[in-house]
Design a protein around this ligand. Structure first.
Ligand code: 13P
Ligand code: SF4
Length: 379
């Protein structure tokens, strides 16, 4: 293929669409060879196999954040995940310590397709969170609230937490993050995922009566009474993951009936009814480790994104692995990063025209780093 170059020097994406995966894979390999250790490709566990095959490192949100913060060799990170993950990598890879170790050289973070977002992250916007904070200040002392944001959120929300004595959590350290918060203040505002917030708080002995749900579209205290807010310990933002909400309690019952002895393993973004019925709940990293450590012949029904469950099936043929839903639950936005976008972004990088750079402004990054560094300290 002769590359079509647009007037600004960028390679046109259109011709990449029609290339076969074999050719795309060979070309990705060639760029990786030429850029060597200056290039780091990170892949989230939900990513499709054809893409994950080219990642230097695959992991859950926590592990990928850690590796972005720790790598001082690379010059470019190509993030095969979703937008908030790439923002987090930009913030952590370009902190003062990291810049000093590279004599001031920045790492450019690239998201191969800019439309790879997260519908849950979009359920909490900074103006909504700030408005909620102001409304809460009318009925409780906000100096007594720790804001905790799930990493699945925009950088501006992480900065809000940094500025207000709060922190970021991932699904793998949510409990420790809440413990950290309660060691400092009696109340938490948790956004944007109500399910992770609720499932984790329940494990810590907090009851549903102490967890009102804040609807950002309801102007009357998020749909709550003054009393409910004053009695609360954790105020849960009304957000959810559209993928994980597809797993239902009836699916758990059906699997248990049909396959006696089966173990139910779910991500804590699933709703409470599912989480309560499950044998084990944990981050994508924990789900993988749990299956890896199990004996041959173990039966599982797993409630998390389809690509990860299918990969577990092919990596563990000695175990019996089922997907905990009759319908396809896949992260459609993560799936937008395909081999064509990966190849296109890498060849532009090699040609000296990096595309789709994720750049968090300095002020937001400074405060978001405060809350992300707390996240990395709290395990
Ligand atoms: P992990 O933190 O478990 O990788 O999950 C990220 C995510 O977006 C799950 O939907
Ligand atoms: Fe967001 Fe859900 Fe996709 Fe995770 S699976 S990235 S929470 S939309």
């Amino acid at each position: 293929m002769s590359a079509a170059v647009l007037p600004d020097g960028i390679l046109d994406f259109a011709p990449y669409r029609s290339l076969a995966n074999e050719e795309l894979a060979a070309r990705v390999d060639e760029v990786r060879k030429q850029l060597g250790s200056r290039l780091l490709i990170l892949g989230h566990h939900y990513q499709q196999d054809a893409v994950i095959a080219h990642s230097d490192l695959r992991g859950d949100s926590y592990q990928l954040s850690q590796s972005a913060a720790a790598n001082d060799e690379c010059r470019w990170i190509v993030f095969c995940g979703v937008h908030f993950m790439a923002e987090t990598a930009d913030i952590l890879a370009n902190g003062p310590e990291q810049l000093a170790a590279r004599d001031g050289a920045r790492v450019d973070v690239i998201l191969p397709d800019m439309s790879a977002g997260c519908s849950m992250a979009d359920m909490a916007a900074i103006d909504q969170v700030e408005a909620a904070w102001e409304d809460l200040a009318e009925v409780v002392d906000v100096n007594e609230i720790t804001p905790v944001t799930y990493v699945n959120s925009a950088a501006s929300l992480k900065a809000f937490c940094g500025r207000n004595g709060g922190l970021v959590c991932t699904s793998s350290n949510a409990r420790s993050a809440l413990q950290w918060a309660f060691e400092r203040k009696p109340r938490v505002l948790f956004f944007p995922d109500q399910h992770l917030g609720r499932n984790t708080s329940l494990q810590m002995g907090i009851t549903n009566d102490e967890m009102p749900v804040w609807n950002p579209h309801d102007e009357e205290l998020g749909g709550n009474t003054v009393d409910a807010i004053q009695q609360s310990r954790v105020i849960l933002w009304e957000g959810h993951c559209s993928v994980h909400q597809m797993f239902r309690a009836e699916h758990v019952h059906q699997f248990r009936e049909q396959f006696p002895g089966i173990q139910i393993l779910v991500h804590p973004e699933c709703m409470q009814e599912v989480n309560d019925l499950a044998d084990i709940s944990g981050s994508t990293g924990k789900i993988i480790e749990t299956v890896r450590a199990a004996e041959a012949g173990t039966k599982w029904a797993i409630g998390t994104e389809l690509h990860l469950v299918n990969r577990l099936k092919s990596e563990h043929p000695d175990q019996e692995i089922h997907f905990l839903s009759p319908v396809v639950c896949m992260c459609a936005t993560m799936h937008r990063i395909d081999l064509a976008h990966l190849c296109w972004s890498l060849e532009n990088l090699l040609a000296g025209h990096p595309v789709n750079k994720i750049l968090v402004d300095d002020e937001t990054a400074r405060w978001a780093r405060v809350s992300l560094e707390r996240m990395l300290q709290v395990r």
